[in-house]
Design a protein around this ligand. Structure first.
Ligand SMILES: C[S@@+](CC[C@H](N)C(=O)[O-])C[C@H]1O[C@@H](n2cnc3c(N)ncnc32)[C@H](O)[C@@H]1O
Length: 270
């Protein structure tokens, strides 16, 4: 199995956790029925389906990604969803979108544009270029989690190793961090800029599906041995997170955990 296959499997396994939260985000956007939108960096197309459902049969979503492998998988996902007529997929680069100006009513990107850090301004300008005046540009990124209730120090140490969470990665400037995207929206001349954080919690008793999803998520976050974590902390984490461990934290009758996604949105000036 290649790294890509493993990544795709984990995206699918953890989807039951992420999908309800993404549904709430899509609902909050109030995308007009019958509108046309772009899912920038659509990956295997799971969020694309939620967008297509929200805009109804007369709407259309284009999913764009630079990975031909993900797009091939996305084709299958779209076909099986029964939403084939509402979705098209396109290979391309976010930095040079293969679309004319004013092609879409809105554009969104989840876990891609600006996430976790990056030079957001040119990408935002490119997204705004293809959106009609008055249309929405929204980007969304994973912003925090609390998955080891009762072990805050251990979780803080694990978080300090996770490239998605630490604010400075590879010497990036603080203002490049995803949670500073609001400043870049303003610099891109987007209007009515707003940040909103969405939370999704899970509580015992966990269904088999949610338990599998949590195990997959823990594996994605801290599956590899983290060199910065002391051996005794790592052993404790294994005891709490391994499905074979009798002390696996997901067995607790009072297990509760949550994670958040933060969204930045703005409007293209009329
Ligand atoms: C973490 S995945 C998220 C996929 C999808 N949005 C989701 O949430 O399931 C990031 C995606 O962005 C795509 N991507 C990254 N940089 C890109 C670029 N410059 N142009 C187009 N796609 C890009 C990757 O190929 C990958 O599919």
């Amino acid at each position: 199995m290649t790294d890509t296959d493993t990544y795709i499997r984990k995206l699918i396994e953890s989807n039951p956790l992420r999908e309800p939260l993404l549904r709430s985000v899509v609902k909050s956007l109030g995308l007009p029925r019958g509108s046309r939108g772009l899912d920038a960096g659509c990956g295997i197309g799971l969020p694309t389906l939620l967008l297509a459902e929200a805009i109804g049969a007369a709407g259309h979503v284009t999913g764009l990604d630079r990975s031909a492998v993900f797009l091939r998988y996305a084709e299958k996902v779209v076909e099986e969803s029964g939403l084939l007529e509402r979705i098209s997929l396109r290979e391309g680069d976010l930095g040079r979108l293969p679309f004319e100006e004013n092609s879409f009513d809105w554009v969104w990107s989840v876990d891609c544009v600006g996430y976790p850090v990056g030079d957001l301004l040119p990408l935002l300008r490119e997204l705004a270029r293809v959106v009609k005046p008055g249309g929405t540009v929204a980007i969304l990124g994973w912003s925090s989690q609390c998955l080891l209730p009762g072990y805050p120090l251990l979780e803080a140490r694990l978080n300090a190793t996770c490239s998605g969470i630490i604010p400075l990665v590879g010497g990036c400037r603080p203002e490049s961090h995803f949670l500073r995207a609001g400043g870049q929206f303003q610099r891109a001349d987007l209007e009515s800029v707003e940040a909103v954080t969405f939370v999704h919690g899970v509580q015992a008793p966990l269904s088999d599906q949610i338990r599998e999803a949590l195990l997959s998520l823990l594996d994605m976050l801290w599956g590899e041995k983290q060199p910065e974590v002391a051996p005794n902390d790592w052993a404790e984490y294994q005891r709490l997170s391994s499905p074979q461990s009798p002390q696996c934290i997901l067995n607790l009758s009072d297990y509760y955990g949550f994670f958040t996604y933060s969204m930045f949105r703005g409007r293209v000036p009329r």
